[in-house]
Design a binder for this molecule. Structure first.
Ligand code: FES
Length: 309
């Protein structure tokens, strides 16, 4: 969709909040809390941003984008170009970070700009009169994006952990697993990893822990090996060399696979597979789907595999 920037405001010195509307239609595709959209940059690159507005309001999408000086250039482009009335190319929303429908209680942990989906989730939970609490980890309150909105929504259910005030969040305070309680974490990799480690140590079932990733896992020791892929429908055998991704090889052989992040975090390139020893390297497929689904942008196989294409 080509959406118009209806409003731009700085919510902190390095975070820009954009309100996007359709130039002609009064409503946009529906979405649920935790969803993100893809933003296409003028050079064709794609970046994902979580929606932070109200899922009940389909007249607009809201995103908050932090300027990442060391990033890959997407946030810099948005900060420099997204003036009011600009037109941006935006995908329909997709959700890899859903609230668990069966949970009785939700514990949301956000770090820095990772608060964006959490704001929408807290809004939805409040509207549903659900039981929830939010932990927000920030360097300081004046560098905490969307803090006023979150305070408004959560009231006393919000705990702000500010390093400037020597208040650091210790994931061990989440304690032991409780039936019906689900924990969600979104933020820098160090925070998500600490939450996951503490919950694993406390023996929380993986099905009650949800982590939203925006970066592929840094995995310096992984040495890609070549492998062969059989295409189930045509019988073709394609060779994937060590220095190319499965997605890349599929594309060069005429398979049109939808892909967005190409880093194993957005979920758009998901394919089925029938057999093979797959090395899953993405951050988005749940365990329950790893027996027969693969993200070909980052995942590979040992020696050979058969793809359900
Ligand atoms: S393109 Fe995003 S997970 Fe593969």
């Amino acid at each position: 969709m080509k959406l118009r920037v209806a409003e731009v405001r700085h919510v902190t010195s390095d975070v820009l909040h954009l309100t996007l509307v359709h130039p002609l239609r009064p409503t946009l595709p529906r979405w649920t809390a935790g969803a993100h959209v893809d933003l296409r940059l003028p050079d064709g690159r794609i970046r994902q941003y979580s929606l932070c507005g109200d899922p009940a309001d389909c007249s607009r999408y809201e995103v908050a984008i932090k300027r990442e000086a060391e990033g890959r250039g997407g946030s810099r482009w948005v900060h420099e170009s997204a003036a009011s009335e600009a037109i941006l190319h935006v995908s329909a929303p997709r959700n890899n970070f859903e609230l668990a429908a069966t949970a009785y209680r939700h514990v949301l942990v956000a770090g820095g700009i990772g608060v964006t989906p959490v704001v929408a989730m807290a809004r939805s939970l409040k509207a549903a009169q659900a039981d929830f609490e939010v932990h927000f980890c920030v360097p300081s309150e004046d560098r905490a994006p969307l803090l006023p909105e979150l305070r408004d929504i959560c009231g006393s259910r919000l705990s702000v952990w500010s390093s400037a005030d020597q208040r650091r969040f210790d994931p061990r305070l989440l304690g032991s697993p409780r039936d019906g309680t689900h924990v969600y974490a979104c933020g820098p990799q160090s925070l998500s990893a600490a939450v996951e480690a503490a919950l694993t140590q406390a023996e929380w079932p993986a099905s009650q822990v949800h982590v939203e990733a925006f970066q592929a896992t840094a995995d310096e020791n992984f040495k890609p090996e070549p492998f062969d892929v059989h295409i189930a429908s045509t019988g073709q055998i394609l060779h994937v060399p060590a220095d190319r991704s499965l997605l890349d090889v599929l594309r060069t052989n005429g398979f049109e696979i939808r892909a967005s992040c190409e880093a194993g975090v957005c979920g758009s390139c998901e394919c089925g597979y029938r057999s093979g020893s797959v090395i899953h390297r993405d951050k988005v497929l749940p365990l329950s789907k790893r027996q027969d689904r693969i993200m070909p942008c980052v995942s590979r196989a040992r020696l050979e595999m058969t793809l359900d294409l």
